[in-house]
Design a protein around this ligand. Structure first.
Ligand SMILES: [Zn+2]
Length: 565
């Protein structure tokens, strides 16, 4: 088993959860929980809802305790709206349980909820998240919550009174600043949901209509002794059902959530900022779980919003929002885990789909080096360990993790041509050449996916087909000399390190300096001008991938062809 880890936020929550679980029910399996709504593609922002309890549950397991991480799929929630890009015909399903709505066109899944659950579950498996999924459709329609529903209905006066304390207060305005954030907040139990009040009284249970299957129902009366419940529906249907045997309805969100804390014995469940303001479901739920269900509220830290930078519209998978699967297309699971492990839940951060992903990878590689040579700080070591594996073992890793930006530059230029890519990779370090692309996979595939789906065409590198004759003939004698020195040195310096020395060295030679001369402002200017000249001649722009990588990728023959006057 993986050793337990100390010195970070995860380990402090694990201490707290273990102590609380011991106090509540010594020796019992510890329950950490998440809730996800498969109402559409599950936004990458909602991954924090899963990663926070996952990391804590994993640490508890590392310490040898039994711990389960449950994910409640809120698939018995109503279908609220048809997402962008889906046929308007789906409008007729609004108000039905998500599991009663047909899957999006072309899906092989039996219904809407299963379609979106499957994509999320696959991403979680790839991320090493071990969980037990609980379908709320399965729970409600099997009658699993019968006693809890009857109890909530008996105690409806008490629940109504608790809710009333908050109803009178004006709702705190929640500024939602961008579309991403708005989409992320469409998580489980979205704000503004019906809390069970109606002109006919307060009833925390809402049936789905037995004729139209929608929740446009109003409970008109309930008899505690017989459990007879009368409802009418907007479709015109009216019916009396016995709650002691009725399985086609659910508790309203603000009662449903605390009911499940009690039912599952949840000790740890974080929630998003939208759930933790006064009158929010977490606060109200705390009172309801104590007063009605006679159980404790979980330890529930608030987690901050996770943003996205630079997600290209074209690749966001079906529905216009970035999902965990989209992120896993351009980064390996350990890197994505690390973004969540390194920040405390109350710190917000962004997942980068733009150029920033290269810097994120550089930072990760530098951490890996520090861990290897023993110079990393304890909290950084902890975040690293939580990212590369779980209590169950290590996650798959790239055997030879070459810098992401180098791989990205190479596939940018070779446009994914395997043979050419391997040639360049072999040349990077002739003393220890890469002999097969498998050595650099899956990182190579992620970098290639990033280049092809996230980098706009105008930022892609286009190596010139023919020399820029106009520019070449207009060069000064100094510039001509710089190109000659470079070309003469290519053979001898044909490796990543060698070419690095050469391109920085050319201006030094021209200035009469030794190769190890310290850079002066004048030298730096000369180097910048030399590099810009090379970029113009090779790729027709002022900038591009790092020059040594670019030269290797272009190949010696073509470099000679493009730089010879
Ligand atoms: Zn109806």
């Amino acid at each position: 088993m993986a050793r337990s880890i100390e010195a970070d936020w995860v380990s402090r929550f694990a201490d707290e959860v273990i102590a609380e679980a011991e106090r509540r029910a010594p020796g019992k399996t510890i329950v950490c929980a998440s809730g996800l709504s498969p109402s559409g593609p599950i936004h990458l922002g909602n991954l924090r809802e899963v990663m926070t309890p996952h990391l804590v549950a994993d640490e508890i397991r590392r310490r040898g305790h039994d711990c389960v991480h449950i994910i409640s799929w809120d698939d018995f929630d109503r279908f609220r709206k048809v997402p962008v890009g889906i046929d308007e015909a789906w409008n007729e399903h609004i108000g039905k349980p998500l599991t009663s709505v047909p899957a999006p066109p072309g899906s092989t899944y039996p219904n809407w909820a299963e379609h979106f659950k499957a994509a999320m579950a696959a991403a979680l498996t790839e991320l090493g998240v071990e969980f037990r999924g609980i379908s709320q459709t399965q729970m409600y329609t099997s009658g699993a919550y019968r006693e809890q529903i009857l109890l909530a209905m008996r105690e409806r006066g008490r629940i109504d009174a608790i809710l009333a304390q908050y109803r009178t207060k004006p709702k705190a305005a929640k500024p939602v600043t961008d579309a991403d954030e708005a989409a992320a907040l469409e998580g489980s139990g979205a704000a503004g949901e019906d809390d069970g009040s109606a002109a006919t009284g307060y009833f925390p249970y809402k049936p789905y209509c037995s004729v139209c299957d929608r929740d446009l129902t109003t409970v008109t009366s309930y008899d505690d002794d017989t459990t007879a419940l009368d409802y009418t529906c907007a479709c015109g249907h009216a019916e009396t059902v016995l709650l002691s045997e009725h399985n086609h309805g659910k508790l309203v969100w603000k009662v449903d959530w605390p009911m499940r804390w009690a039912y599952e014995g949840v000790v740890f469940e974080p929630s998003g900022v939208d759930h933790t303001s006064p009158g929010s479901s977490f606060v109200v739920g705390g009172q309801i779980v104590r007063d009605v269900f006679k159980a404790d509220q979980p330890i529930g830290p608030m987690y901050a919003f996770v943003g996205i930078s630079g997600m290209a519209k074209m690749s966001s998978s079906k529905g216009g929002v970035p999902t965990p699967a989209d992120a896993l297309e351009i980064m390996e699971p350990p890197l994505l885990r690390w973004l969540y492990a390194r920040r405390r839940p109350n710190q917000s951060f962004k997942v980068a789909f733009d150029q920033e992903v290269q810097r994120m990878y550089d930072e990760w590689d530098s951490l890996v080096r520090k861990v290897a040579d023993g110079t990393a700080q304890p909290a950084d070591i902890a975040a690293h360990q939580r990212s590369v594996g779980t209590a169950a073992g290590l996650l798959p890793a790239t055997p030879r993790p070459l810098p992401y930006r180098t791989l990205a530059s190479i596939v940018d230029i070779t446009t994914g041509h395997d043979e050419q890519t391997l040639r360049i990779l072999r040349d990077l370090d002739p003393d220890s050449p890469v002999t097969s692309l498998d050595e650099v996979r899956p990182r190579l595939d992620r970098a290639e996916r990033w280049i092809t789906t996230q980098v706009p065409a105008e930022q892609r590198t286009q190596v010139r087909e023919t020399p820029d004759a106009d520019l070449l003939t207009s060069l000064s004698e100094t510039e001509r000399e710089s190109l000659r020195i470079l070309l003469d040195g290519l053979d001898e310096h044909w490796s990543l390190d060698g070419l690095t020395t050469l391109v920085y060295g050319v201006p030094k030679i021209q200035a009469g300096l030794t190769p190890d001369a310290k850079p002066t402002p004048e030298l730096k200017t000369a180097q910048r001008e030399f590099f810009a000249l090379l970029y113009k001649l090779l790729v027709g722009r002022d900038t591009g991938p790092r020059l040594p990588t670019l030269l290797l990728a272009v190949g010696a023959d073509r470099v000679h062809k493009l730089l010879t006057i």
